[in-house]
Unconditional design. Structure first.
Length: 562
């Protein structure tokens, strides 16, 4: 939708102050980008509410596709290639006509085109870009069947077994299938008689296809060529990267190939820029925690630390913060390993051990570049920790990640890196820990009852001990709790889950916490004091999301060990 139109509607709605809207409009025009996307990325108005405001302004109905049940025959009225290109989706058909979700319902030529092709009246609805992108996943084909068709083409004689074109086609389909299924990783694993293809979707690996072993070397060779690796090296590990195009978007792929007993195993990490364009609210931060985090990064100096194990979404959270504070008047620099996504207007440096460009040396160089805000991809050693702390003490806002189990452990962990307690207490603003849990599929969500016995929630997969105060807070201490689960459907690939969200604990360094840091208190004492001051633990945040029907008890049990 044209920026002028978006601006006009928002001026009338009063959702954004006029001077703020004018600055955003000027910036969008200067960058030749969408005002809508800029507002969403800055977390000024959540995607859903902005879409609804625009629909009201245009006097066009709004549809939340995440809650719509779309029959296959209706979906397929619009061919997939047209739906993806034009950002439209057929989601309903009745005597009134075809209900068409559109990113920009002011494009009357699209409406007329569909009416002409389908032969029925089209009723345009406005849907958010994110909603349409997610719903386009309904078109996805079964990965096993698609790869099977290509293999059938090779084995039937239509293409020779060594036909490079067919192997190219198979590898390309692997990438596209992984991206369409919103997989974070593709695993290509050789066994004695076959090769197994697995996709990691929402943090869980799914077996999707078996490929005859005779094609394994050709597949690995094709991936090596694309990622500029040595094709004649089979006995040592290799890392590389490549890029492919899906739905008019460049998707970066990190490639890792290692030799195992039955051949070379490849793991491909898919890095789609769209998958990181979340606001902090969309990531799962509660309003209370969000205020603490905003308070932490609104200060002109100090440290904001995100902690958790690998794959817990730390970098995604930091990127969401960077998008919020990225303004023309500030100089932001990052040192990362690797640089996973390009952030417009931010100077990003890639760690390179071959040229001795480490986190510590890169951070030292950044400090000579007159930065206002610095993002250190990870604090791994004493040198990096020391420079980062000093940067935070000398007027810079420093964001970084650490590998710790909870928020409170972050503070003693810095002390273990030989940082003096008085430096930790005076420089750290916020320490937040997080885990990822799968969200219940909205298309097949169903309520169920579970029992509470002796302070434990009894589920099909085990028991979960919960503090009675937490049960009372979210369930009013009932003996039978009404919770939610997914019944499984086509939308969620029959898993009952669709997408992920974070469970967080945000520790604000208050005067009382500073005193404990100075006294070299352990993490348990710090956690106890933080809870007394109002901190919500990851476990409690998980129970809160169970009560609200966002996730399941089983997911909280899996992700947050208590």
């Amino acid at each position: 939708m044209e920026n002028e139109k978006v601006k006009s509607i928002l001026e009338e709605s009063g959702l954004i102050e006029k001077d703020v809207l004018e600055k955003l409009f000027t910036e969008a025009e200067r960058k030749e980008t969408s005002l809508y996307d800029l507002i969403v990325s800055r977390d000024i108005i959540p995607d859903f509410y902005l879409g609804k405001a625009l629909a009201d302004g245009l006097k066009i109905p709004f549809v939340d596709l995440s809650r719509a049940v779309i029959p296959d025959d209706v979906l397929n009225i619009i061919p997939e290639i047209v739906a993806r290109k034009q950002k439209i989706l057929a989601f309903g058909l009745d005597e009134g006509g075809l209900k068409l979700a559109m990113k920009d319902p002011t494009r009357h030529e699209i409406k007329e085109f569909v009416e002409k092709k389908v032969g029925v009246k089209v009723i345009p609805y406005l849907a958010t870009n994110k909603d349409i992108s997610n719903a386009l996943g309904l078109y996805r084909k079964d990965v096993s069947k698609t790869l099977g068709d290509i293999l059938e083409e090779i084995s039937s004689g239509k293409a020779a077994p060594d036909d490079k074109g067919s192997i190219v086609k198979l590898v390309d389909e692997l990438f596209l299938s992984g991206n369409r299924n919103k997989a974070s990783d593709i695993h290509i694993e050789p066994f004695e008689n076959h090769t197994l293809i697995r996709l990691r979707i929402d943090g869980v690996l799914h077996e999707v296809a078996d490929i005859p072993k005779k094609y394994h070397e050709q597949i690995i060779s094709r991936i090596k060529i694309l990622s500029k690796l040595k094709t004649d090296e089979h006995l040592s590990a290799q890392d590389g990267k490549l890029q492919f195009v899906a739905d008019n978007e460049n998707v970066d792929v990190r490639v890792s190939i290692v030799p195992i007993v039955d051949g070379e195993k490849a793991v491909l990490r898919l890095l789609s820029a769209k998958s990181r364009r979340f606001s902090l609210e969309e990531l799962g931060l509660s309003s209370e925690d969000l205020e603490k985090v905003k308070k932490g990064f609104s200060k002109p100096w100090g440290m904001v630390l995100s902690t958790g194990p690998t794959g817990s979404g730390k970098t995604t959270t930091i990127y969401a913060i960077l998008r919020l504070i990225n303004r023309p008047e500030v100089n932001i620099a990052t040192i990362e390993d690797p640089v996973e996504y390009d952030l417009e207007g931010i100077n990003q440096i890639q760690v390179n051990p071959k040229t001795n460009l480490t986190f510590a040396k890169g951070l030292g160089s950044i400090l000579r570049q007159d930065p206002d805000i610095i993002f250190v991809g990870e604090i791994r050693d004493e040198d990096t920790a020391g420079i980062a702390i000093n940067a935070a003490m000398t007027g810079h806002l420093v964001l970084s990640t650490l590998h710790t189990n909870d928020a409170a452990t972050t503070l003693p962990r810095l002390a273990d890196m030989r940082i003096e307690p008085f430096l930790i207490s005076s420089s750290v603003n916020i320490a937040m820990a997080q885990r990822l849990v799968r969200k219940i599929c909205p298309s097949c969500i169903n309520s169920v009852e579970v029992e509470v016995k002796n302070g434990k929630i009894v589920t099909k997969s085990g028991t979960l001990e919960v503090d009675p105060k937490i049960l009372d807070k979210y369930f009013e201490s009932k003996k039978t709790l009404r919770v939610y689960e997914g019944k499984t459907c086509k939308v969620c690939q029959h898993t009952g889950y669709l997408g992920r969200t974070g469970v967080f604990e945000v520790l604000e360094v208050t005067p009382a916490i500073r005193e404990l840091i100075m006294a070299k208190a352990n993490s348990e004492i710090i956690t106890k004091k933080a809870v007394e001051e109002g901190m919500t633990t990851m476990f409690e945040d998980g129970i809160r999301k169970v009560a609200r029907g966002i996730t399941t008890i089983e997911e909280v049990m899996r992700a947050v060990k208590t």
